[in-house]
Structures are given as C-alpha cells and as structure tokens.
Design a protein around this ligand. Structure first.
Ligand SMILES: Nc1ncnc2c1ncn2[C@@H]1O[C@H](COP(=O)(O)OP(=O)(O)O)[C@@H](O)[C@H]1O
Ligand SMILES: [Mg+2]
Length: 384
C-alpha cells in the first residue's frame, strides 16, 4: 500500500493553485468533470481508444481567456487501454498537471486493485485501502465490514441445498467481462434447473457458481444512498446525504414492462433476466426513513475508521433495498463515487441542493471538498 508519506512527498511538488481534477474517462467522469469546472478547476480525462469521443469531442471544454464557454473536459489523453494510466510516464503526466485523481468503478475494474494500491503514485481523493472492500468474496469485503458495523445486510445462505425462499445468486457473467451473471431461485430445485440452463448458455461458469454468494432476496424497492463524508468539516455534520438513485437494468427492466401473459411465453434464453446497469433514475425517500439513512451512514463511517484507517473520505454509496416492514438492507457498498450519481450531473439532487443551497451533484461536492482542503491547507487529510 502506498503510504501517506509517499503521497505527501508527491504533494510537496505540486502547485496546488494549479490543481487539476483527474479522472478515468468512464463511469461517473462527466459528473466529476462538471463538478470540477463548476468549482473552478481544470479537468484531465484519461480515455481509452474507441470510447474517447464523449470526452475529447462532444464534452470537450471551450474556454475564452480561461472562462468556460462550453463543455467540461479541458485536457484528455487517449491510451490504447485504460490501464496504461499506470505506466510511470503517464502517472508523471498527471503529477506534472498537479492532478488530484478521483477513482471510479472503471478505474478499479480496468486497473488492478493491486496496482492502484501499490503503484499508482498520484494523490487520490478518497480512501485507497477501502477500494478493495468492494471485491465480493475477499476476506475483509464489504459484507465483513457491514457485519462489524452492525449494519443489516441480506442473510447469507451457506449452500444451495439450504435455499428455502427467494434468493439472489451473485456471480460474475462468463462472457460479458465485468457484468453480472446473477440469477434468483426460490428452492434448491430451481437453483439447479436455472444454473444448468445458464451454464449451458455460457452465461455463467462452474467455477464462478461454486464461489457464488447466495443471499436472501429482499423484496422491495432499491435505494442507492449517495452519501458524502467530510473529514475536514469542523462545525457542521461531517456526514451528508447528497442523493438517492436507482438503476435501470437490462434485461430486468424490460421484463417488468411485459404483461404477465407475455412473460410466460419467453423461451429459455429470455426467461432469466440479466442485471446489467444501463441507466440511472432519481428517487427521494419517505421522510421518516431519512433518520435511518443517517444511522446507516454513521455506522458505516465509524466501522471504516476502525477497520480501514483512515476510513472513508468523500463520496460513498450504500446500496439498499427496503422490505415491506420498512427495514433497510445494505446489499452492496461503493467506497467511492457511485455510478448512479450520474443522475444528478449538473442539476444537483434535492438533498444535496437542500443542504448546500445551490445545485450540488456528487461531482461538485467532491470538487468543493478539494477546494476547501486547498484553502485550508489540509489536502493531505482528504487524499491517500
Ligand atoms: N439481496 C438482494 N435482494 C434483492 N435484490 C438484490 C440483492 N442483492 C442485489 N440485488 C439487486 O442486484 C443488483 C446488483 O447487485 P449488487 O450487489 O449491487 O452487485 P454489483 O456488486 O455487481 O453492483 C442490484 O440492482 C439489486 O437490485
Ligand atoms: Mg452494486
């Protein structure tokens, strides 16, 4: 793990009055860039060839004497593969540009977490060591942390034979790299029948199935709680609720838009929905549940501070379902900017706006934190 001293050393070479915000050009990069320019920073997007145009062309920034006229991406580099960002000379380019880097899920997916922990010597906004907790199945993964925090999560079913009510079986997709091969089952018989069909179709592999996490399916709506923790806030709450999102998933959302008679006619290849995120939507919560949200966040923050020092910094996303008795269950945690925060790009979110009295997206909140830390000479407290 890159030590705080090493990052301090890098920072000591920075001209913080010329800080740029660096990001891997995918996932939530536009949100980050939009927020950054709104807070007066220049932006630096690291793109992959073939998927760069959104950043290099369509949202490219145009400035007139520094004043932004259009777009949000000031500077972009295009590499053959995202992971070329790790090359020493490319890291150097980020440092030469006084970049503070904001990690997103694409960064941790396309660049190995080992490399991010040990070799990416660019100051990162957030907690470097927590990123790994997202890898389901490792020793101290987010479920472990939720347990330590005393937070509610869907009960784990030890083996398929124990399935006695609806469960979610979580495993990676065999073909669609980085996507899910999730399926549900309500009994061992259904587990066997569905897994055999998915194996036959090449959607999942036997190895992945053996490692799959099986947990109770929480029947209820999804609320992804887009939270923020500010270590440098001294007067007011350090924990903020910025927004709540939920995702469009294919093919699940197509399935639920079909009337039952049509669903019944789907063939074996179509009958089991997939859960590939392809969009985001915004939500608010019944107000009496907001107290619970902050309690979940408080517990999560405390647990990260205890078990993953220095603990969470900046944005994080508690992905929850609410059951019929209004209990929250946390089924996933993103210890970084969540992808669903796209839904508040530029316009902000009801809760973030309510708090900050201006449009406050996650991207903007991150940039604002960096701005405040620079002003207070406390950047070392928010980067790792
Ligand atoms: N225990 C559960 N009960 C009901 N739905 C779940 C459960 N776990 C996950 N899901 C659904 O599956 C989707 C992805 O789950 P998640 O654990 O967030 O996977 P990933 O780590 O790939 O993001 C979510 O949209 C959520 O709606
Ligand atoms: Mg998730």
């Amino acid at each position: 793990m890159i030590e705080p001293e090493e990052i301090s050393e890098v920072l000591s070479e920075y001209d913080l009055s010329k800080t740029t915000i660096g990001v891997l050009a995918s996932h939530s990069a536009l949100d980050v860039c939009d927020g950054a320019v709104e807070e007066g920073f220049r932006t630096y997007a690291v793109c992959e060839k073939g998927r760069e145009k959104t950043y290099t062309e369509y949202f490219k920034a145009q400035r007139n004497n520094g004043k932004l006229i259009r777009g949000v991406v000031d500077n972009a580099d295009v590499y053959n593969k995202f992971n070329e960002i790790l090359k020493p000379e490319n890291q150097q380019k980020l440092r030469d540009d006084n970049a503070i880097f904001i990690p997103n899920r694409s960064f941790t997916s396309y660049c190995s977490i080992d490399n991010i922990e040990n070799d990416f010597k660019v100051p990162m906004f957030g907690s470097r060591n927590l990123l790994r907790s997202e890898e389901r199945g490792i020793k101290r993964d987010y479920y472990w942390l939720l347990e330590k925090a005393g937070l509610p999560y869907p009960e784990k079913i030890k083996k398929p034979e124990d399935i006695d009510s609806l469960v979610m079986v979580k495993l990676p997709h065999a073909v669609k790299k980085l996507e899910r091969g999730f399926f549900t089952a309500a009994s061992y018989a259904e587990f066997k029948q569905k897994s055999e069909a998915l194996l036959k179709q090449g959607v999942i592999t036997r190895d992945a199935l053996a490692e799959a996490r099986i947990e109770r399916y929480i029947i209820g709506p999804v609320f992804n709680l887009d939270m923020f923790y500010s270590p440098i806030e001294e007067e007011m709450s350090k924990i903020e609720l910025l927004g709540i999102d939920w995702r469009f998933e294919t093919s699940l959302d197509g399935h639920v838009r079909l009337p039952a008679p049509q669903q019944m006619t789907l063939n074996e290849r179509q009958i089991t929905p997939e859960y590939t995120v392809c969009g985001h939507n915004s939500a608010t919560l019944r107000e009496s549940l907001l107290g619970d949200v902050f309690e979940l966040a408080e517990k999560y923050v405390r647990a990260t501070q205890k078990y993953y020092k220095p603990g969470i910094i900046g944005p994080f996303c508690l992905q929850t379902c609410v059951d019929k008795d209004l209990n929250f269950y946390v089924y996933d945690v993103a210890p970084r900017v969540g992808g669903g925060t796209n839904v508040h790009v530029s316009v902000g979110h009801p809760y973030g706006n309510t708090l900050w009295r201006k449009p406050m997206s996650t991207g903007r909140r991150a940039a604002m934190e960096i701005r405040r830390a620079i002003e207070q000479e406390r950047v070392e407290e928010i980067v790792t």
